[in-house]
Design a protein around this ligand. Structure first.
Ligand code: NDP
Length: 298
């Protein structure tokens, strides 16, 4: 058994973030008569995407945010999807818009993201918002999963300043924006950041020297015990379905970290599930409130 104080508890920390958001929503409604609203578009029937969209809609309801869930058939054309985005861009009662990733293969996801009004881009995927993050802006939209990781670290009393932080993965959604936040100046930055990917040679040489490792590569239990040093802090972003005979569903969720091997050496570590996952939705809700405030000049 891993001692409880070693665990970075995403459930508890996300609950505190959500409680703060619910208070902000109540204030927006009572003081200003504004109801924050998020539109979530799902194209097709990908089961994992359906789960994510439902979770986002449910969290909106819990926090008092109005959610508009738009489910489109998998045959929806690029033009039809762009028309929906255009309608939502023009609708002043909608403050945030997101298109659940990944859309069906015939859809050009980049073009869709770029069509979303940057002021409503609560996923922080639009080039304009990504650029602002890279330039060091922290009061606009922030990328949900990486932002969630920084909040987990900060609220667990782990400073990143001056630390050697190794990010595993260089995707546009996690790895790259994660590195940008850690590299920036300020409380959740000031780190010395190394980003490793599938072409990195001798990856374990980097992870063994790391004070903090953020794993986001999508490979079940990739980071093994012999790849880390004693006292490391490990944040596992990975969510991988692996077959499991004893589970009713036939599968279980594991991260990118071999938890049983790494946890005994780690000073602190996130579990999967119950680590980064709930933070991503919590930060999406915070971005929606930021969008609502800005669009109302608050
Ligand atoms: P991508 O598949 O887009 O990117 C994976 C990255 O990992 C790539 O940069 C790839 O390198 C690198 N990589 C793959 N294999 C290796 C390897 N053997 N050694 C080193 N690097 C490797 O994944 P995402 O960033 O979207 O997601 C990563 C994980 O995080 C997934 O498990 C995903 O489900 C999870 N996730 C969890 C979220 C949450 O809320 N908890 C949110 C988003 C994602 P290269 O670029 O060279 O191909």
């Amino acid at each position: 058994m891993i001692p409880e104080e070693k665990l970075i508890d995403g459930k508890t920390i996300s609950a505190s973030v959500n409680a703060e958001t619910a208070m902000e929503v109540a204030e927006l409604k009572e003081k200003h008569g504004i109801e924050p609203a998020l539109a979530v578009i799902l194209v097709g029937e990908d089961p994992a995407s359906q789960v994510y969209v439902s979770r986002k809609a449910k969290m909106c309801v819990e926090l008092g945010i109005r959610s508009e869930k738009i489910v489109l058939p998998k045959e929806t054309t690029q033009e039809e999807l762009l028309a929906v985005v255009d309608r939502l861009n023009k609708d002043a009662s909608i403050h945030g818009i997101l298109v659940q990733s990944p859309p069906p293969k015939h859809i050009d996801e980049k073009a869709i993201v770029e069509a979303i009004d940057p002021e409503k881009d609560v996923d922080c995927f639009h080039a304009q918002n990504v650029g602002r993050v890279l330039m060091g802006e922290r009061d606009g939209f922030l990328p949900c999963t990486p932002w969630g990781v920084t909040v987990l670290l900060e609220r667990s009393g782990i400073s990143t300043a001056g630390k050697n932080v190794v990010v595993l993965g260089r995707s546009n959604i996690v790895g790259k924006p994660m590195a940008a936040l850690l590299l920036g100046k300020g409380v959740t930055g000031d780190a010395t950041v190394t980003v490793c990917h599938s072409r990195t040679k001798d990856l374990a040489d980097y992870t063994r020297r790391a004070d903090i490792i953020i794993a986001a590569i999508g490979k079940p239990e990739f980071l093994k015990g012999d790849m880390v040093s004693e006292g490391v802090v490990v944040v596992d972003v990975g969510i991988n379905r692996v077959p499991c005979e004893t589970a009713k569903t036939g599968f279980k969720l594991v991260g990118d970290v071999a938890f049983d091997e790494v946890a005994p050496k780690a000073a602190k570590i996130t579990p999967v599930p119950g680590g980064v996952g709930p933070m991503t939705i919590a930060m999406l809700m915070k971005n929606t409130i930021r969008a609502c405030r800005r669009q109302n000049g608050l």
